[in-house]
Design a protein around this ligand. Structure first.
Ligand code: SF4
Ligand code: SF4
Length: 355
C-alpha cells in the first residue's frame, strides 16, 4: 500500500497557489469567466444585495500568526510549522487599545495555533481584563498535548474565562487523521478530556467548549443540529467526552482546500455544488457583516478568508493603528467567488450555520 505523503504548506512546497493573486485568478476564470456559472456579485445582485455592507460591529477576530503544529489538508490559512508570520507585542498593544474602545462584544483569537505565539499568554491576560463579553480562543486541541509547556493550557483558559472553540472533523480516527494528520485524533481526544477535567463543556459548567466540523472532502456539510446529536452521542459513548455546541463549517475554495480541489479534479464540481446550494437568506448574516478581521501584521480585512486572499478592507482605514469604527462601518465588503462557501445551504461562518 502507498504511504500517504506528509502534508506541507503551499509556501513550503513553493506552490503557485501560495500566491493570493493566483487563487483569485483561478476563482475568476474558467466557469465564471465563460458565463457557465454566475459570479457571486451577479448572484447577490439578483436579490438586490450587492454590494454587501457592514451592520454594527459585533466580533473582532484577531489572527495572531500563521504558525501551527499541524498541516491540515483543508487549511484556509496555509498554516504550518514553517510559517513565521507572528503578531508582535507592539501590534498586540495596538489591538488592546482598540478592544478597550470598540463596540464589539466578542473577541476571537485565531491562527495558526494562536498558543504558539510567544506573547499569546500575555495578550490573553491583558485582553481578559477589558470586559469583553465573549472571549474566544480557537485551539486546535493537539497543541495542548504537543509539549509539556502547553499542558497547563486548560487551567490557563479557565483562569481567564476563555471560551474554547476547537476543530474536530469527526468522531472517528480515520476521518480525523485523514484531514488533520496521523495521530491527531488520539491527541485531540486526550486534549478534550483534559479540558473536561477542569470543567470545560461539562453539564452545568459555565466554561464553554464548542467543536467545529468541516467536511473531509469535496462535499457540503450536513445539518448542524443532527450532526451535533451524532457527535455528542459518539464522543460520550466512546470517550466520556462532553462539549457544548457543534458548529458546521463549509470548506471555502481557497488556499490548501483549493489546491486539494484542483489536484483531485473536483474544483468545477465543487463550485457547481456551492452555486446550486446558494441561499439568498444566508447573505443577510454572512460573518463579514458583523466582524472585522485583523492579520498578524495589523492590517484589517472583512473576514479571515479575505485576509488569506490579501483583500484588505476597502476603506481609508486599513490598519489597526488607524482604527476608526465609524469610517470602517462606512465601507463596502469585497466579495468574490469564494463567498459562495458562506451562502450555501444553511450558510457558514466561524460560528457555524447562519440561517
Ligand atoms: S490546525 Fe487549523 S490552522 Fe493549523 S493547519 Fe490545521 S486548519 Fe490550519
Ligand atoms: S468569504 Fe468573507 S467576504 Fe465573502 S461572504 Fe464570506 S465572510 Fe463575507
Amino acid at each position: 500500500m502507498l504511504k500517504k505523503k506528509k502534508q506541507q504548506s503551499l509556501h513550503k512546497r513553493q506552490s503557485e497557489l501560495a500566491a493570493a493573486n493566483k487563487q483569485l485568478e483561478k476563482l475568476s476564470n474558467g466557469i465564471f469567466a465563460n458565463g457557465e456559472l454566475a459570479t457571486f456579485d451577479e448572484k447577490i445582485s439578483e436579490t438586490q444585495q450587492f454590494p454587501l455592507t457592514p451592520k454594527a460591529l459585533e466580533i473582532l477576530q484577531i489572527n495572531v500568526g500563521y504558525m501551527c503544529n499541524q498541516v491540515c489538508e483543508h487549511c484556509h490559512v496555509d498554516a504550518g510549522p514553517d510559517r513565521k508570520e507572528i503578531m508582535t507585542r507592539e501590534t498586540m498593544q495596538q489591538c488592546l487599545d482598540v478592544i478597550r474602545n470598540t463596540s464589539a462584544h466578542t473577541l476571537d483569537l485565531t491562527g495558526g495555533a494562536p498558543e504558539m505565539n510567544p506573547n499569546f499568554r500575555w495578550f490573553v491576560e491583558q485582553a481578559s481584563q477589558l470586559g469583553v463579553k465573549d472571549f474566544i480562543v480557537r485551539s486546535n486541541l493537539t497543541i495542548i498535548r504537543a509539549n509539556k509547556k502547553y499542558y497547563d493550557l486548560p487551567q490557563f483558559f479557565k483562569k481567564h474565562n476563555v471560551h474554547v472553540i476547537s476543530s474536530m472533523p469527526h468522531w472517528t480516527r480515520g476521518k480525523t487523521d485523514k484531514q488533520r494528520g496521523i495521530g491527531v485524533f488520539d491527541q485531540s481526544i486526550k486534549a478534550l478530556q483534559d479540558l473536561n477535567s477542569v470543567g470545560y463543556g461539562m453539564p452545568k459548567s459555565h466554561l464553554q467548549l464548542d467543536l467545529v466540523y468541516n467536511p473531509s472532502g469535496a462535499f457540503l456539510p450536513g445539518d448542524q443540529a443532527s450532526m451535533e446529536k451524532e457527535f455528542k452521542r459518539a464522543l460520550l459513548e466512546d470517550f466520556g467526552i462532553h462539549f457544548n455546541n457543534l458548529f458546521i463549517i463549509t470548506n471555502l475554495p481557497i488556499s490548501r482546500f483549493l489546491d486539494y480541489l484542483i489536484a483531485s479534479e473536483n474544483y468545477e464540481d465543487y463550485m457547481y455544488q456551492l452555486v446550486e446550494a446558494y441561499n439568498p437568506a444566508a447573505v443577510k448574516n454572512v460573518m463579514c457583516r458583523n466582524t472585522l478581521s485583523v492579520s498578524w501584521d495589523g492590517f484589517l480585512y472583512d473576514c479571515d478568508f479575505n485576509q488569506m486572499l490579501e483583500l484588505k478592507v476597502a476603506s481609508s482605514v486599513q490598519h489597526i493603528s488607524q482604527y476608526n469604527e465609524a469610517v470602517l462601518n462606512d465601507r463596502t465588503i469585497i466579495t468574490s467567488q469564494h463567498c459562495y462557501g458562506c451562502t450555501a445551504g444553511a450558510g457558514s461562518s466561524c460560528q457555524g450555520s447562519v440561517v
